[in-house]
Design a protein around this ligand. Structure first.
Ligand code: NAD
Ligand code: ZN
Length: 359
């Protein structure tokens, strides 16, 4: 059955639809929001090889005139160069302000194509069709779009909402195991910060197959938590910040190894366990909570400790360089208990327990 969430993040108000097989109805779904003819579809080579032809045919059968723009896969594609290339392709295709772009792919394509849509002609219409678990549960809500600079990740961007988000969990079947696990780190994060029942439900799913049997509800729950936190953030203080559980340290870990040794999901998995252990030892988080989180992450094939913990002596100084900490204050997300989080301001010393045993 189709699950639907209405995202109402002022000034945006758009539907996010989740249903297995939904990709085969893309043409019909787009028809319901878009009366014109031209559609540029931005995707990467991997996604194109698996789904590109069908998506193109499906849109053409619905009467659209389609241009497929296929980029190399990987984070390097979130660059100024590729942004420039996209603008060129849009112009060549004759895409105007009233035409539509579809971002078909993982978070890289979503961020890059989303930023191209935000900036080309001061903003064109666009729809997101996220195809990785990470993109389905994270990038598809919140309207953040960005590209990287040589100096760092996501340094140029905007808040720019799509008009429609189409999530077909069936496409996750073709993900590599590590990419699937990567998304599971974020899924588990949502349970930790906001929903204990969801966390306990995840504990019962001990194979990728069992997760896929429940995937529509899992994605719905994650997107709904993110929607609530993002919407509350407008009225309240820093609810959105809770989404950063494990991320302050995780970002530093990713950066220290040049984004090569650990994926984002792996790095935040290590980050969530490390921060929670510090908090548990300080009596800020419940006894046993670290172990519970660690078991669930490990079962999803995620690492929970650095291979070489002596690297922390060089990783901790990087925390201060995090874009979110540039104003000098350092906030960390702490679990009051499983399913409930808050933020506190700390000094960099807060992470020092990680140096224990490091000579
Ligand atoms: P990705 O887009 O690079 O996808 C990972 C790999 O999976 C790629 O090789 C891709 O080609 C392949 N792939 C995608 N869909 C597939 C499918 N259905 N079957 C088989 N292979 C498939 O990476 P990602 O993990 O999806 O996204 C990471 C990016 O997302 C980062 O740049 C990050 O900054 C960004 N991000 C943005 C937000 C946001 O709110 N905007 C949130 C989280 C992450
Ligand atoms: Zn994340």
């Amino acid at each position: 059955a189709e699950l639907m969430i209405n995202i109402t993040e002022q000034p945006a108000d758009y539907p996010l639809k989740i249903e297995k097989g939904l990709l085969s109805q893309l043409g019909k779904e787009i028809q319901s929001i878009y009366p014109n003819e031209k559609i540029a579809v931005v995707t990467d080579e991997n996604v194109y090889a698996l789904y590109g032809k069908n998506v193109q045919l499906n849109l053409e059968e619905a009467g659209f005139s389609v241009k497929m723009i296929v980029l190399a896969p990987g984070e390097q594609t979130k660059s100024i160069d590729q942004l420039t290339y996209l603008y060129g392709e849009f112009i060549h295709f004759g895409l105007t302000r009233s035409d539509l772009m579809i971002a078909l792919g993982g978070g890289v394509i979503g961020d890059l194509a989303g930023y191209a849509a935000a900036s080309y002609l001061r903003g064109i219409r666009y729809a997101q069709v996220p195809t990785t678990l990470l993109a389905q549960v994270d990038s598809s809500v919140g309207g953040k779009v960005a590209i990287d600079l040589p100096q760092g990740k996501n340094l140029v961007g905007d808040f720019y909402h799509p008009e429609l988000v189409i999530i077909d969990p069936d496409v996750l079947d073709t993900l590599e195991d590590t990419t699937f696990s990567d998304g599971m780190a974020e899924v588990i994060k949502y349970g930790c910060i906001r929903d204990k029942d969801f966390f306990n439900h995840l504990k019962k799913l001990d194979s990728r197959q069992m997760i896929m049997d429940n995937i529509e509800n899992i994605i719905y729950t994650c997107c709904n938590i993110k929607r609530i936190l993002v919407e509350e953030d407008e009225k309240d203080v820093s609810q959105r910040m809770l989404l950063n559980f494990g991320h302050t340290l995780g970002h530093a870990i990713e950066a220290y190894y040049n984004y090569e040794k650990y994926t984002h999901g792996q790095a935040i998995s290590i980050g969530m366990v490390a921060i929670n252990k510090i908090c548990e030892d300080l009596g800020l988080s419940p006894k046993g909570s670290t172990q519970a989180i660690e078991i669930l992450l490990n079962r999803n094939h995620l690492p929970t400790h650095l291979i070489d913990s002596s690297d922390y002596s060089e990783i901790l100084p990087l925390i201060k360089n995090d874009k979110k900490n540039l104003d000098g204050s350092l906030k960390v997300v702490i679990l009051e208990k499983l399913g409930q989080a808050y933020t506190i301001e700390v000094t960099a010393d807060f992470f020092n327990p990680l140096l224990k045993g490091v000579s």
